[in-house]
Write a new protein. Sequence first.
Length: 490
Amino acid sequence: VQMSRGQLSHNVNYRELWWCLVLYVSIFVIRGVVTFVSAPILNRLGPHKLHSKECTFLTLGGLRGAVSLSLAIFVKQQRSNTLRTWPDDDDHDAERTLFLVGGVTFLTLLINAPICYPILKKFKLIASVNSEKKPIVECARKRIAEAAERAYVDTCVKLGHAAVDITGHIRNLQQVQRLDPTDPARAEAVLGYSIKEVEELLRKTEVPDLEKVEALRESFLSIVNARYWHMIDNGELPKTALATITLLRSIDAAKDDLKVELHDFQILKTTIDEAKGSGGMMVRYLDACNRVTPTWFTLTSELYYKLSFESYEVAYYVLRAYAIAHGQAQRVFVETTFGIDNTPYRSEELTVLLESAQLVKLAQRELDDISPNLKNIVKSKIVAESVLEAQRSELYKLQESGALEEADADAITRELDEDFKRVVQARKAQANAIATFAVVQDRLVKVPRSLFKDVEAADVDTENAEWVPSGLDDTEGGVSPAMSHSSSRA
């Protein structure tokens, strides 16, 4: 800000930029000379010895000029009796001083601040764990690893999916035994009531009281909302993702009008249709670009498929969470109202159950249109997020109980952050590989293709982002025709 103010003055010109760079380099040369020359003297004054790596970090690390900038502003104010910078300001020295100090401070913020941590890591100057506390830290690592394995096994069994593609990216899963959770009975299921079952019970009851039905709808939606938050806490829903925000907002919107039947799915339908259809304005724009660009230009096609993949991922998150949350909410709703072993018999409760069961059926129908291989990709992501969340939760418990101090937990925290970065990078590489593969197929066969129909016949190596044949059967599951990429040049 101070540099931009200085540029408005006729006292500051482009030569000052050169002098700013000269000052920046000179400051750190002088600082390096003083540090290295003073190191032998400092080594004689205390038990701690300064090594060349530490001297290098003292020279380059951190921000410079904060106090100097404050003093320069003070000088400018005293000399000019104002902080304004106008062309008619004749205080040449104050203007130049403020500009040069501001420039040096800005360069330290731009260059020195980002390189601090890499320098510490390269020189191995990050504080290590005290040898006396190593047994405690190792026990903490063991507990976190056990929590990661439990979360991995539980989530894989619940989803009916062995997420072996994530084990190489999470440190505590690299030694885990490979699962084979292929038993359909162990996989997740919607635990709600069927439409036929509720309709048969409803025929035996009287006409429902509409006022009571409205109150029960609100209670039921609150239970669904609680199930969403439970899935967020378990890592089954990303905390800040579009799918999660959309699901929570649908509950609030549905509660605004309780006189009509449950309609939270209709609220979500707009997001689902955009995801499974055109995918929004950007995807439509890229599709239009594909129609007019030459065949050799593949950038827009790759972006198109990547955005389509991410859109379908959002749709799967929404549909899966909706079906499971409503199914579980139905059971909780009945147990709360009639008891655990009792069958619902009042028309008001059965009316709400029927509305929910009909919406779950619609969600299941939409889910059936999504490629099985895309489901596996998203399930692997859910498993990874569940494992990462379990590790962080276990670390927080250890710190909260006092068993692990914050300084001792820093190394573990950095390892968890590295795991998270590896998972994110692998997911990006996977999305890019899917997009590249789809574009290559478009160019080879010269016909419009459905992205996930091709994906069903291939697997992606998320670590190396390469496609290898998987031998999956093309008849393994349905493919939505909305996903096909129409191209006029095909």
